[in-house]
Design a binder for this molecule. Structure first.
Ligand code: 5AD
Ligand code: SF4
Length: 440
């Protein structure tokens, strides 16, 4: 029988990159990828545990596969990613139809684990964290493929222990990949036609600081900026406490660096920021924003905000609202606090009723929707340069690309434009995208 796998990926770019690797490894042992779970002999979920909602979603999807297993006992079902890392072997007890659990440091072991399950009809779990040396050897890298924009992993893990966050527990300690290797990968990508790279890591701003003699993140950006063929650089995610003056200056002097920075603030109240263990105050953050805008006046910022952190008062919340008004982010990604087992904030008293948190969340969305709308409307009538990435997801024969601000623009065009830079005049602005027309 043909061996086939169906893979579902949840969560952040780290999981997206891990999933790319899962695909390559499974193809390497003779599996073909399918997009219908019913026709797969192996179903894998690469999961996220950042908030309770993500966890419930993954369990919901897992449950949907149980009837398939009831019908076909030979079907193999596996779970990887952050839930797998956190729960480990307990998942096998809880879900009798689950065959395989692999952690965030164990993706490379998948071929052996799958073969073990296949050949010996055993259920197995591997969720050990690896030592630094082994991790350095195993940094995810992928060349090949035909995308014009690619993620390049520059660091993994996080040492910050923000009090609400599960990441340090499920991804392990921070580790930076040698800059030499990163540059080799970027060169290889440029050689195969990639035009844009996004350097990714949980906290890219602290890149290299743990290894003596390694480049700083600003120096790394400079080196990537010098790679011929690469035309655009982005990076994510940044921690405000680790943004150096050199990094700010990059936005003024590196011509390939896109004018967008995702700089999660989490809260506008210094009291809440302290309780979150974020390592900066509201004033420090606003100062960073002012310096970024001085260096690059048309930079656009985006952010993550947590509403209803334990102990957040109405006054704290108002501080977040006034910060949104001051900074005028192009977009925010906002979340109601979700208590995560094992994190410091899970033990904090939390007396704010859920309804109050919900109401704050909605008030914030309302304010931000208006700010975002005004930001993107400014582009209407302007000519913007787009890197064309492919055919529009709308399925209406249009093409799409992104502006330097990371906004998706759909426009009537032809597939031969993929990988090219085109000028379009923005004609309309919607909630999540814009419409444009090609300029002669
Ligand atoms: N509850 C709510 N939001 C959270 N985030 C991380 N942990 C939690 C949590 N426990 C949010 C933060 C982070 C984004 C990726 O997810 O805003 O920046
Ligand atoms: Fe989580 Fe804070 Fe690390 Fe970001 S910096 S991954 S929010 S602990």
């Amino acid at each position: 029988m043909n061996k086939t796998f169906y893979l579902e990926t949840f969560g952040c770019q780290m999981n997206v990159v891990d999933s790319e690797r899962i695909v390559a490894l499974l193809i390497g042992i003779g599996y073909g990828q399918v997009d219908d779970p019913k026709s797969a002999s192996l179903i894998l979920l690469n999961t996220c545990s950042i908030r309770d909602k993500a966890v419930r979603k993954a369990y919901g999807h897992l449950g949907r596969f149980k009837p398939l297993k009831d019908k076909n006992p030979d079907l193999m079902i596996g779970m990887g990613g952050c839930i797998a890392q956190q729960e480990g072997g307990a998942l096998l007890d809880e879900f009798p139809y689950l065959d395989l659990v692999f952690g965030t440091h164990n993706v490379h072991r998948l071929p052996e684990l799958v073969q073990q399950v296949e050949e010996n009809r055993v259920r197995c779990e591997e969720t050990e964290f690896l030592d630094m040396e082994t991790r350095l050897r195993l940094f995810p890298s992928r060349t090949g493929g035909d995308e014009v924009s690619r993620f390049v992993t520059v660091m993994q893990g996080c040492d910050n222990f923000c009090s609400y966050c599960v990441v340090p527990y499920v991804r392990g300690r921070e580790i930076s990949r040698p800059s030499r290797e990163i540059l080799e990968e970027v060169h290889a990508l440029a050689g195969q036609g990639v035009k844009e790279v996004t350097l990714i890591g949980q906290n890219v701003n602290s890149y290299g600081t743990r290894q003596s003699g390694e480049a700083s993140f600003a120096e790394l950006l400079e080196q990537v900026n010098a790679v011929e063929g690469i035309e655009r650089i982005r990076f994510t995610t940044s921690h405000p406490k680790d943004i150096s003056p050199e990094l700010i200056s990059c936005f003024g002097r590196l011509e390939k660096l896109c004018k967008h920075l995702h700089l999660p603030v989490q809260s506008g109240s210094s009291n809440v920021l302290r309780a979150m263990n974020r390592g900066y105050t509201r004033e420090h953050y606003l100062d960073l924003v002012a310096r970024l805008r001085e260096t690059c006046p048309d930079i656009r910022l985006t952010s993550d905000i947590i509403v209803g952190f334990p102990g957040e008062t109405e006054e704290d919340f108002t501080a977040t609202m006034t910060l949104l008004e001051q900074v005028r982010y192009a977009e925010i990604y906002s979340f109601i606090f979700s208590s995560r087992k094992g994190t410091a904030a899970a033990d904090l008293p939390d007396e704010t009723p859920a309804a109050v948190k919900q109401e704050r969340f909605e008030r914030m969305l309302q304010l931000q929707t208006e700010i975002s709308r005004t930001t993107w409307e400014q582009d209407v009538g302007q000519v913007c340069s787009l890197l064309v990435e492919g055919e529009s997801k709308l399925g209406d024969g249009q093409m799409f690309g992104r502006t330097t601000w990371n906004r998706i623009v759909n426009f009537p065009g032809t597939p031969d434009l993929v990988g090219q830079f085109v000028d379009v005049r923005i004609t309309k602005s919607f909630r999540n995208s814009q419409l444009g027309e090609l300029q002669g």
